[in-house]
Design a protein around this ligand. Structure first.
Ligand SMILES: Nc1nc2c(ncn2[C@@H]2O[C@H](COP(=O)(O)OP(=O)(O)OP(=O)(O)O)[C@@H](O)[C@H]2O)c(=O)[nH]1
Ligand SMILES: [Mg+2]
Length: 280
């Protein structure tokens, strides 16, 4: 549950002194319009339950130039865009809403595959502050598989309207990752999110998320044996431990995909396109 802030820095930018009524006012570090996703330094995934404001956050960050199409082999819409921050280019991928990494509708599979196998540099989980308990299910699952995650606590205006107070600092302490309170529709919190994402992607901000920890020795040994076998059969497969756990649980979809050799296929073209642009 340690959150290590190696350096807290927020550079002054003349845009800060710009149009105060613009929803992006204060988003000093973001330059968004007219950017293509080519040559991105980092890839950021926007995940979260349905209807939590992922696309609203996406639009606030990427502006007008978005690439919209379908995920390969699926009729699930895919949107990508880019923004610049801290002198780096970030490719942002807006994922379909999902309640869990264990779900299996076409939409949810796309989100799951990208989070698990698409190797995003940072995963932003956009959560609904009015329904935190339900939203934290996915957040905790994401924290099991990556150190580089941020909780964007969106709809804070709605929460306030409903008389719900969320202690975001306590939440950040308990989760072990940064929590950014937001009201994305008004542009609130967007700048803070960009700052945190940029610092996390560059390694300036390092986290130790809260985890379940290891299992009973017998189960732990079994997980490791299956994970090792998976790594041998599928060299380069990220999150082999997660897949091993699902196989041991008897998850029929993961078993089917592992047998067919299609695990993570949804993320494949994404991985290729990232490699093609020469990501370091
Ligand atoms: N009050 C309020 N409404 C918001 C906020 N952010 C988004 N919304 C609204 O919430 C609704 C859903 O927003 P989207 O951005 O489409 O949510 P999403 O997570 O992309 O939804 P799916 O892709 O369907 O999962 C829209 O009507 C938004 O205008 C916010 O901070 N406050
Ligand atoms: Mg959306």
């Amino acid at each position: 549950m340690l959150l290590t802030l190696r350096r807290a820095r927020r550079p002054e930018n003349p845009v800060d002194r710009g149009c105060a009524t613009c929803p992006m006012a204060g988003s000093a570090a973001v330059h968004r319009h007219g950017l293509t996703t080519e040559g991105a330094d980092y890839v950021v995934a926007l995940a979260g339950n349905p209807n939590t404001g992922k696309s609203t956050v996406f639009n606030a960050l990427t502006g007008l130039r978005q690439h919209v199409g379908n995920w390969p082999g699926k009729t699930v819409a895919r949107a990508e865009g880019a923004f610049l921050a801290a002198g780096k280019k970030f490719k942002l991928v807006d994922l379909p809403g999902t309640y869990s990494l264990l779900s299996n509708s076409a939409d949810e599979e796309v989100a799951r595959d990208f989070i698990l196998f698409g190797r995003p540099d940072v995963t932003v989980v956009v959560a609904d502050a009015t329904a935190l308990e339900r939203n934290l299910n996915l957040a905790l699952q994401v924290l099991e598989i990556t150190d580089r995650a941020v909780l964007a606590l969106n709809l804070m205006d709605e929460a306030e309207r409903k008389g719900i107070a969320v202690d975001h600092r306590a939440l950040a302490r308990d989760l072990g990752v940064p929590v950014v309170p937001m009201a994305a529709r008004r542009g609130q919190g967007v700048r803070d999110l960009v700052d945190v994402v940029a610092r996390m992607a560059t390694g300036e901000l390092a986290c130790r998320p809260h985890r379940v920890g290891s299992f009973e020795p017998e189960l732990e040994a079994a997980v490791q044996r299956v994970a090792d076998a998976l790594r041998q059969a599928h060299p380069g497969l990220p999150n082999a431990r997660w897949v091993a756990l699902r196989l041991l649980e008897g998850d029929p979809n993961v078993i089917r995909e592992a047998l067919a050799g299609t695990l993570g296929e949804g993320a494949h073209s994404q991985i290729l396109s990232i490699e093609e642009v020469g990501k370091s």
